[in-house]
Design a binder for this molecule. Structure first.
Ligand SMILES: Nc1ncnc2c1ncn2[C@@H]1O[C@H](COP(=O)(O)OP(=O)(O)OP(=O)(O)O)[C@@H](O)[C@H]1O
Length: 245
């Protein structure tokens, strides 16, 4: 296959395709035949009640909890069996719900070790500081001394410095002051404008739907609903039925 044909192939298929995955913790099945896709620059809200399987879906995409059935394809390659570091290097960034920075390293060091080159757009430290103006003043602080909001800024910036084509954000608004939540939403919109896709897992469905193009709702490990985010945004009855909010 020529390089041009490969590029055409990539353009025609979704950036990420999760196809019929079943994921287990030990003998306990948590995901049942879950499928979803995300196009380049698209924002997908992944919603559902507590324990529905949202984080497990992100973990399955990253190879942290490997699906037993089904496939995960990213950027034209099947990555289902790849180790997590290779999936990250292919261009998937992760902002976990507990942020997971190295506590004894400075923010600057945390960001430096995350820096990667992928085939996607690179992000500089200066650009990250442009998005989160407070970041510049935090660079020399140890991560363990940051507030929740500061940690979130650092965790999102770390994902950006990995040059992602897709960022997985797990509960990005959790515990944040409204002003920082606004910065996080603005970042997701900026990523979309730059062609970087996101999957946003949120307890706050209204918040995720305010930036999402499409939404998928999980219920007890199964897809309960999938469609345009605007439909859920504009239909509080349907939203209550599906998510309980
Ligand atoms: N490490 C684990 N070992 C065993 N079971 C787990 C583990 N992690 C999660 N589970 C179970 O898997 C199910 C799905 O959990 P998951 O965290 O994916 O849901 P979630 O939709 O992200 O929930 P929440 O919104 O509460 O974070 C739950 O029943 C949970 O108890």
């Amino acid at each position: 296959m020529t390089a041009l044909a490969r590029r055409d192939d990539r353009a025609a298929s979704p950036l990420l395709a999760v196809e019929g995955i079943d994921t287990f913790y030990g003998e306990s099945q948590v995901l049942f035949d879950v499928s979803l896709s995300v196009g380049p620059g698209e924002v997908l809200a992944l919603l559902g009640p507590n324990g529905a399987g949202k984080t497990t879906t992100l973990r399955s995409i990253l190879g942290l909890t490997r699906p037993r059935q089904g496939r995960v394809r990213f950027d034209g390659a099947e990555v289902t069996d790849w180790p997590t570091y290779r999936i990250a290097r292919a261009g998937i960034g992760w902002v976990p719900d507990d942020r997971r920075l190295c506590p004894t390293l400075t923010v600057s060091k945390n960001l430096a070790i995350a820096r990667k080159r992928t085939r996607f757009r690179p992000w500089s430290l200066k650009e990250a500081c442009g998005i989160f103006s407070a970041l510049e003043h935090l660079l020399h602080r140890e991560a363990e001394n940051l507030s929740g909001g500061e940690m979130q800024m650092a965790a999102i910036s770390r994902a950006l410095l990995g040059s992602p084509g897709l960022v997985l954000l797990d509960e990005p608004s959790q515990g944040l002051a409204p002003r920082i939540v606004e910065d996080v939403l603005a970042t997701i919109r900026r990523l979309r404008d730059e062609g970087v896709a996101s999957i946003v897992v949120e307890q706050n469905a209204a918040l995720a739907l305010s930036v999402a193009d499409r939404a998928v709702v999980l219920d007890r490990g199964r897809i309960a609903w999938a469609g345009e985010a605007g439909r859920l945004r504009d239909d509080p009855v349907l939203r209550r039925q599906l998510i309980g909010t």
